[in-house]
Unconditional design. Structure first.
Length: 288
């Protein structure tokens, strides 16, 4: 009797857990659709900026802009911007991002570089603080709905410091959104800017104002867009990872419920058989 009560209790507990994970899966699916739309919507603008830079940049112009300056030898001062989420329950999403950021920092420091860490997201910040590493900046207010202003706030200070020579390189660790089930951690060097390769046939423009004046506006926009895309792709990746994790948890809970019900039915059947045997045995004893 005690065994069947315990099994019923466990079945009810797992059923409640399955309801929670199913709800979280549905919420993540809804948020993933909106985040995915932001990723897709950002791509045409990013491609237009890349094409424009590919058309405008020339060796003589590249020498006039500090954000295009490539340091001689190994970079000595590097800023690493590590993105992660504020919430968990998304499988190995945060662990993969943290591992890539940690390995990259170790690699840079092994090469003799001085690394300053900029954190975005509660999970990554919490991990590195636990490891005793200090942050140049730590942002937990961006969440899973980043906007262009967030990108500007993150990239503008490091861009200014790069221009005056305080930094030799800036890199971003983010989750690249290929599709909801493929969100690999990715290292993106954002400074110095590497001129993108022009896709398609180059166009001969008549420029007014000059290419130099246009680049003064376009180069910061390109950097901000790189950061914005990293933010929105990481947000979409978080929702995709959470949906996958919650679907797996829901499926596992369903399998566990089926197993517990079978076990309960067998235990109940054995109990009934035992009770019948006791009744028959008692009746036979009374006849004797």
């Amino acid at each position: 009797m005690a065994k069947t009560r315990e099994l019923r209790r466990r079945i009810r507990s797992v059923e409640k857990t399955r309801q929670i994970t199913k709800t979280m899966e549905m919420v993540a699916t809804s948020r993933l659709k909106r985040a995915q739309d932001r990723v897709v919507g950002a791509r045409p603008y990013a491609q237009a900026l890349a094409d424009m830079l590919g058309d405008l940049l020339a060796p003589d112009l590249a020498e006039r802009f500090p954000v295009l300056r490539t340091p001689h030898g190994t970079p000595k001062r590097v800023a690493v911007i590590g993105l992660s989420s504020n919430r968990g329950l998304c499988g190995g999403f945060n662990a993969n991002l943290i591992r890539m950021a940690r390995d990259r920092i170790r690699q840079l420091e092994g090469e003799g570089a001085e690394v300053e860490l900029h954190g975005v997201g509660k999970k990554g910040i919490g991990y590195f603080k636990y490891q005793g590493r200090s942050f140049a900046t730590a942002r937990q207010d961006i969440g899973d709905r980043p906007n262009a202003e967030h990108a500007v706030e993150l990239v503008e200070p490091v861009m200014r410091r790069f221009e005056i020579g305080e930094l030799d390189a800036v890199e971003v660790v983010f989750a690249k959104f290929n599709n909801p089930v493929s969100t690999p951690p990715t290292l993106l060097p954002v400074l110095p800017i590497t001129p993108p390769e022009r896709e398609g046939v180059a166009v001969d423009y008549i420029l007014r104002p000059s290419a130099e004046e246009i680049l003064q506006v376009v180069l910061p926009l390109y950097l901000e867009n790189q950061m914005y895309r990293a933010l929105v792709e990481t947000a979409a990746s978080e929702h995709g990872a959470r949906r996958t994790a919650m679907k797996s948890a829901t499926d596992n809970a369903g399998e566990m419920i089926d197993f517990l019900r079978r076990t309960y039915n067998r235990a109940r059947q054995a109990q009934i058989t035992q009770e019948i045997a006791e009744i028959v045995g008692g009746a036979e004893a009374q006849k004797g």
